[in-house]
Design a protein around this ligand. Structure first.
Ligand code: UDP
Length: 476
């Protein structure tokens, strides 16, 4: 038996996107509460965005993210550092994503190497690297500095498994540009069956793009990691997880959420949040539909207009997050004429909000979601059934879990465009009548699974303890 190291010091590095930064921040507190020293490293660009979004000014201080201040007061050792991603602050990363992704491999990796080189000399030295699975440069850096190589997977195990077995999809002709097979896939280990249309968008489209190359590379590199930790729960994906564990130490430690999901939750938004609380307070329990498509997915003007009319037809109360860049074109005037007037009392449209606060408000009874993994976990945590409207990446696969496996939501569409009648019908199904009661009962059961996993002796808690022990043994 190897020597047990007293205190692991982990460098945490999230992918520079909102949906990755959020779980990484909560992971930092979780690991620190379990005895880790944490140095949280974030890109200068994300740091700038978080610290300058208007509502955050009270929460952040020069030189460091103050969200960890409370954690530090309660004795947790969480440090903070920034690193350049190689692009100037003004560079539009979402508009130039191919260039950005290439930069991550060739320039950002060198900057990460440099900061790791410094932090292995800190007191006490960093001895573990906890890095987002999508980064392709983890193992060379971990090897160079003799660090325990831990990959953090922010999505469900099912998605991990599909990427992990990309070669099988390729061999069987389900992941190819031409003559793609359309029959059900039954050969992925640990996945009983999945329709080709439920694969992640990257596994359904042209496999030669920059993003595809990065994902392929990341899932080659993952095989060199010492441990994978994942924001999922054993009981929710038992078969997939147990098969993955035959290949690699894989620990489900989710849901990784702010404890309580209440107003006092740490602020981690990259944009200013509108306060929906006072408006929600005026609405009856369970009467409001919350609508959001996450931080970077886009949709068409046609679909926005149909959703807008569907909301009117259904006569539901709603809070709708419409990011200024929600439609792919430059157009900003995409809502039906006079829409603001039509929804004066029933609807609230905001560019961004604290989703955790909105979902946990008693007035909210349904969530029309793009099926981002964090959104799904937050919705389950708040007991809010979903209308699924996947747009990109893992969202198609996540939809399968919500609708087909756990039965806590409905599909808004299987095709790319929606009609107002479909929207209204789905809203009715989730917000009222017997079907709504059924969804609420089902989601209560899933929420209980999450509660149990986090409780003392629960699966995620046990996995976290085991992971911590295993890391300590592995520190070189
Ligand atoms: N979110 C938020 N306010 C909004 C919309 C989203 O705080 O108005 C948060 C949401 O709570 C979630 C994250 O942004 O934690 C989005 O992550 P998700 O995985 O759901 O989707 P992504 O943005 O990665 O597509």
């Amino acid at each position: 038996m190897g020597e047990i190291h007293p205190k692991p010091h982990a460098l945490l590095l999230p992918y520079p996107l909102q949906g990755h930064v959020i779980p990484f921040i909560h992971l930092a507190t979780k690991l620190a509460s379990n005895g880790f020293i944490i140095t949280f490293v974030i890109t200068e660009s994300i740091h700038h965005q978080i610290t300058t979004s208007k509502n955050q000014t009270n929460h952040y201080k020069e030189g460091g993210i103050n969200i960890f201040a409370e954690a530090r007061k309660s004795g947790l050792d969480i440090r903070y550092a920034t690193v350049s991603d190689g692009f100037p602050l003004g560079f539009d990363r979402s508009l130039n994503h191919d260039q950005f992704f290439e930069g991550i491999v060739h320039v950002f990796s060198a900057h990460v190497d440099e900061i790791v080189g410094k932090l292995v000399q800190s007191d006490p030295p960093v001895n573990c690297l906890v890095i987002d699975t999508f980064y392709v440069f983890a193992s060379p850096i971990a090897r160079k500095y003799n660090l325990v190589n831990i990959s953090f997977w922010t999505e469900p195990a099912l998605v991990f498994s599909l990427y992990y077995h990309m070669d099988l999809l390729r061999i069987n002709g389900h992941y190819d540009n031409y003559d793609k097979r359309e029959d059900i896939i039954t050969y992925i280990p640990g996945v009983e069956s999945i329709k080709p249309t439920d694969l992640t968008s990257y596994l359904q489209t042209d496999p030669t793009t920059v993003v595809h190359r990065l994902i392929t590379k990341a899932f080659v590199d993952i095989r060199n990691s010492d441990f994978v930790i994942s924001n999922t729960i054993d009981e929710l994906e038992p078969q997939t997880i147990s098969v993955l564990q035959e290949n690699q130490p894989f620990y489900s430690i989710g849901p990784i959420l702010p404890t309580g999901l209440t107003k006092s939750s740490v602020p981690v938004s990259m944009w200013s949040e509108s306060d929906c609380g006072p408006w929600l307070d005026t609405k009856p329990k369970g009467s409001v539909l919350y609508i959001s498509f996450g931080s970077y997915a886009h949709t068409s003007k046609h679909n926005i207009v149909e959703i807008a009319h569907g909301l009117l037809l259904s006569e539901v109360n709603f809070v709708w997050v419409l990011r200024p860049d929600i439609i792919s074109s430059e157009e900003t005037d995409y809502l039906p004429t006079g829409y603001d007037r039509l929804i004066e009392y029933s609807g609230m449209i905001v560019p961004w909000c604290s989703q955790a606060d909105v979902l946990s408000h008693p007035a909210v009874g349904g969530f029309l979601t793009h099926c981002g993994w964090n959104s799904i976990l937050e919705s389950i945590w708040s007991g809010v059934p979903m209308i699924c409207y996947p747009l990109l990446t893992d969202q198609f696969t996540n939809r399968k879990l919500v609708v087909d496996d756990w039965k806590i939501g409905v599909n808004l569409h299987d095709k790319r465009s929606v009609t107002r009648e479909e929207v209204a019908e789905n809203i009715g199904c989730v917000m009222s009548g017997k079907s709504s009661d059924r969804f609420k009962q089902e989601i209560k059961k899933v929420k209980k699974t999450l509660d149990n996993a986090l409780a003392r002796g629960g699966s995620s808690q046990k996995n976290l303890n085991q992971f911590t022990m295993d890391v300590k043994k592995k520190i070189r």
